[in-house]
Each structure stands twice: as structure tokens, then as C-alpha cells.
Ligand binder design. Structure first.
Ligand code: 1GP
Length: 251
């Protein structure tokens, strides 16, 4: 059942200890800037490109972004959808995700039911993911009608993650919200890591090497960054964060 993209992620985690994924928000880029950012990210050894954003709804623009990225990189392109409009036939795979702490059934199962036939038709590889919004939660928390779990309740996040694993989801994502003023804290990551066996993804508000290192040394298998690639113009600060994730994975 494991497809090539999932195998690639597992292989990279085994090799490097921890990996970095670059998130590109279609609303913030043009096809040519997306292609330039993705090439830089690949050069710096990010393991895959994720494409998605909490408020993006234009599928034809998404298609153009994904096509442009696909033309410029060899690493997989994985959709990170906020809704059914976040599905593009040009990607390699899709996080088939359920927002586990949403109060709206649409984000738990509704959008997934509507999107499933399209995913089948496009033959996209599905990566089953339990998505948990913590801390401030940001735009993703508001759009997804989540009740973000406070950083002070790590054990509550851990049982959500455990439930995801028992459902057969193959990844868990702790999301602080894009641009969060404080990324997911170490204790929270450690508490979740202790109870699950599936790969743990952490993202939201990670901007510095110190924050990337804290996530990895606490147990994140995958660190996602979005904003910093645009903020740094995919230059030194971004490269250092990507390198820090891989370097600390092997420690
Ligand atoms: C958001 O976790 C990601 O879904 C990335 O967040 O943009 O803050 O890096 P940033």
C-alpha cells in the first residue's frame, strides 16, 4: 500500500534522522517564483515540496504552480489541501488529512469524501495524516474551525495523536499555524513522540536554526517551514534551517 512518495519520505528519515519539507503557499507565488524557490529548496536538500495554503481556492492557479514546480525539481511535490479546491492532478501525492480537533465534520470527513473520487481519478498517492492544530492555531485554526489545543496541554495533544495512529493514519502533524509567534514547544513534541510510532511532523512559526534544532532534538521526524523561504528569498537563513534539521537528525 505504501507508494513511492511515502517510501521516499521513510527512506530519507532513516538516512538523515530527520527531514525538512518546504511549504509553498500558492497565494504568495507566481509560477516562476514558485519554480525558483523550489529549485533553491531542492539544492539545499529539502526532501519534498508541499503546496497549499489555508485560504487558497483557485485550482487553476494551483495547477500552474504545481506544474512549474514539477518542471524544476526532482523531489516529490505533495499537496497540502485546505479544501477540495486544493487538489491538483499535476502533483505526486496528497496529504490525505483529517483535522482531528475541528468541531466541523466537514474538516474531519466531509471534504475528504468529496475529494476522494478526484484523487482516484488523478491517481494521486495518498498519505494518510492526522492533523492537529495547537497553540495559537493561526489562519488554519480559524478556517478549519478547530479548537486549538493549548501548549500547556501536551497530554491532550498526545492522545489525539495516538487516536490518529489507531485509526491507521500514517503521519501526525502538529500545526502551530503559519507565522505562529511561538512554534510548537519542546515538551509538547516530546510528549507526543513518546506515545506514537508513526512519523511526527511539526510546523508553524519555525524561523531560526535554534527553533528547527529544538523541534528535531525533541523528536520531530519532519520539520515543515513555509514563510521563511519567501522572507529570506530562499537564501542563507533558509539554507541554514534546512541544514540544521538534517544535521540534528543524525545526532
Ligand atoms: C503552516 O506549518 C506550516 O502550515 C508552516 O508554517 O509558514 O510559519 O513556516 P510557517
Amino acid at each position: 500500500m505504501m507508494g513511492p512518495v511515502e517510501k521516499h519520505l521513510h527512506y530519507a528519515i532513516r538516512n538523515d534522522g530527520a527531514i525538512h519539507l518546504t511549504l509553498i503557499d500558492p497565494e504568495k507565488v507566481t509560477p516562476s517564483s514558485a519554480s525558483r524557490l523550489a529549485s533553491k529548496a531542492e539544492e539545499f536538500k529539502t526532501a519534498a515540496i508541499m503546496v497549499g495554503g489555508s485560504t487558497s481556492t483557485n485550482t487553476s492557479h494551483l495547477d500552474n504552480i504545481v506544474k512549474a514546480i514539477k518542471r524544476s525539481v526532482q523531489i516529490p511535490v505533495i499537496l497540502f489541501p485546505n479544501n477540495v479546491t486544493g487538489i491538483s492532478k499535476y502533483a505526486d501525492a496528497i496529504w490525505f488529512m483529517s483535522l482531528l480537533n475541528s468541531v466541523d465534520p466537514y474538516f474531519l470527513i466531509g471534504a475528504q469524501v468529496l475529494g476522494a473520487p478526484m484523487i482516484k481519478k488523478y491517481k494521486l498517492e495518498t498519505l494518510p495524516l492526522g492533523y492537529i492544530i495547537v497553540g495559537e492555531g493561526g489562519t488554519a485554526g480559524i478556517v478549519g474551525r478547530a479548537v486549538p489545543i493549548p501548549y500547556t496541554k501536551p497530554e491532550l495533544v498526545a492522545v489525539h495523536a495516538l487516536a490518529a495512529q489507531y485509526f491507521g493514519m500514517r503521519f501526525v502533524y502538529l500545526e502551530a499555524g503559519s507565522g505562529a509567534s511561538q512554534p510548537v514547544p519542546k515538551l509538547l513534541i516530546k510528549t507526543v513522540k513518546r506515545v506514537i510510532e508513526i512519523p511526527l511532523i511539526v510546523g508553524g512559526g519555525i524561523r531560526t536554526c535554534h527553533q528547527a534544532e529544538a523541534a528535531v532534538t525533541s523528536g520531530a521526524d519532519i520539520v515543515v517551514t513555509g514563510n521563511i523561504i519567501e522572507e529570506t528569498g530562499a537564501k542563507e537563513g533558509f539554507r541554514e534551517v534546512v541544514t540544521t534539521v538534517r544535521d540534528n537528525g543524525l545526532v
